[in-house]
Design a protein around this ligand. Structure first.
Ligand code: PXP
Length: 252
């Protein structure tokens, strides 16, 4: 166990919107239909979520722009907007001015082997985006794989935060590759910390594999979505978030 302040929990509520859109996409009811991502965000905050994370995708497959503005207006919310490095999304973020922005890949060409943003392959585009978003006061993070060359490229962009992609580890969970993936994450967190980044992590973390993830060094925040929304179907959003928060609290 590491000592220090508890790791923060960012609750990604995209899949509350996925469920809503599965039934109401294309109808005039969509934004007001069930389940409400806004209500989910409120419950998550009441249960101790340290932030609410949402991804406004270009294809609008789950979260809609109206959801973003409604959630951003919740009193006391710390909103983390996941977005692609596109002019349209930069313009959207400039209107919204979220507390935090996480730059994520949306198209295949932008993705590294580990599935994170290929910062090294598009350094000037990412750097320019970081600059514009930092200028509106958002804390910018880059969602990247644990590879050293991506972390070093990330440093050049002047982003203060990286979110290390835990998806490959999550997919390898309970297979012989899991230990190797965890070791790669550990080295990535160490390198990110040495480079001076605030170190977040996310993707594919669940109530089971979280125990291994919590052993990673230097973690500031975990962004967790699918498992919490899934558990909420069984026990309600408030309890689902409280259970995850208890895991994070127990780690330090
Ligand atoms: N972090 C980032 C950058 C993501 O894109 C996602 C998925 O939307 C998550 C965390 C959460 O992943 P999951 O829903 O698998 O917990």
């Amino acid at each position: 166990m590491q000592s220090g302040r508890p790791i923060l929990l960012g609750v990604n509520i995209d899949h509350a919107a996925t469920l809503r859109q599965a039934r109401y996409r294309g109808t005039h009811l969509s934004i007001h239909a069930e389940p409400s991502p806004l209500a989910f965000a409120r419950e998550a905050m009441a249960a101790g979520a340290d932030g609410i994370t949402i991804h406004l995708r270009e294809d609008r497959r789950h979260i809609q722009p109206e959801d973003v503005f409604a959630i951003a207006a919740l009193p006391g919310v710390r909103l983390n907007l996941e977005m692609a490095c596109t002019p349209a999304m930069i313009e959207f973020a400039q209107k919204l001015k979220p507390a935090a922005v996480c730059l994520v890949p949306e198209s295949r060409e932008e993705v590294t082997t580990e599935g994170g943003l290929d910062v090294a392959g598009q350094l000037s585009r990412v750097s320019e985006t970081v600059k514009m978003l930092s200028a509106i006061g958002s804390e910018v993070s880059l969602f990247i794989g644990a590879e050293a060359h991506q972390l070093e490229a990330a440093k050049k962009t002047k982003a203060p935060v990286v979110e290390i992609h835990t998806g490959a580890f999550a997919n390898a969970w309970q297979s012989p590759q899991a230990a190797e993936e965890l070791e790669r994450l550990k080295q990535g967190c160490e390198r990110a910390h040495q480079l001076g980044f605030i170190v977040n992590a996310g993707h594919g973390i669940n109530y089971d594999n979280i125990k291994a993830i919590l052993a990673l060094p230097h973690l500031n925040e975990l962004n967790i979505g699918h498992t919490i929304v899934s558990r909420a179907l069984m026990v309600g959003a408030r309890q689902a978030v409280a259970e995850m928060k208890a895991h994070l609290r127990a780690a330090r």
